[in-house]
Design a protein around this ligand. Sequence first.
Ligand SMILES: [Zn+2]
Length: 320
Amino acid sequence: MLTPSLTVASRPIMTVTGPISYAKLGITDAHNHVWINSIPGEAPDNPVLGQFELILRELVEYREHGGESILDCQPGGCGRDGNKLLALAMASGVNLVACTGFHRKKYYPPDHWLWQADAEQVCDYLCSELEHGLAETRETSSPVRAGFIKIALEAAWADCPASALEAAAEAAHRTRALLEIHTEKGALAERACIYFNGRDVSPSQLVLCHMDKRPDFSLHQALASFGALLEYDTFYRPKYNPDMNLWPLIEQLVALGHSRSIALGTDMAEAELYHSIGGGPGLASLPGEIRKQLKERGIPEPARKQLLGENIARRLAGLL
Ligand SMILES: [Zn+2]
């Protein structure tokens, strides 16, 4: 049972099939990818996920293992297809939450409009995708609205798109939408908190992605105390040594009382990580193997529920 906040009213979460209560999200992958079109002019090694039947099968498996919702973290212009997300959600019964925003520059053709636009233009675009519908769905009979903003930082602040960052801050401030922030292995997380907090974005709106690639316990404690949500997703990325880094982070932060500050994802942008496509762990690993391991490692049941969905659901709904 989720406990509604006493002071702040929750708002519905916008999934691709329409609004639902945050209490209905259930087990939720806080950062994943279920569809990525290939883009003319992009780098040849950029990930593509376009095998509808296999992805659908995988979503059905996710549901069969107890998974109910997934945040799709592919913004428009770099492979998002809101119409495919809608079809996959309807056929699988999984609640998909789509995003507006922007990814790293390397995932777009070099002349993409967003890098030349001013902050006001980008802010209008983000707000319109949240309020009226994703660009590629706007002219259809079933426009799909974005449920959050996803942006990406580069490794150095000087390389991040200044106008687009301004726009994301303004759009998050205006709409109160959740802001998922891709970090390059955790870099610039502190800087992003200061930047957005200074532009009237609440810490409770900030999700710092891939933070387990920078397993600095005192930093994670400080970011949790600040009020940001830390997203961990290297369960199946051996090069980040999850047994040495990710799992101790979870165990220690939970032991220190920060279980409300962690959300888990599996970030399977690469097709090889899909079970049905590449023989990888697959989408069902979050409600399956990861959930099982959380229990086996002694993470208490309330904390398991928080990490596996409750935390991201509450923040999508405007609650802490
Ligand atoms: Zn991702």
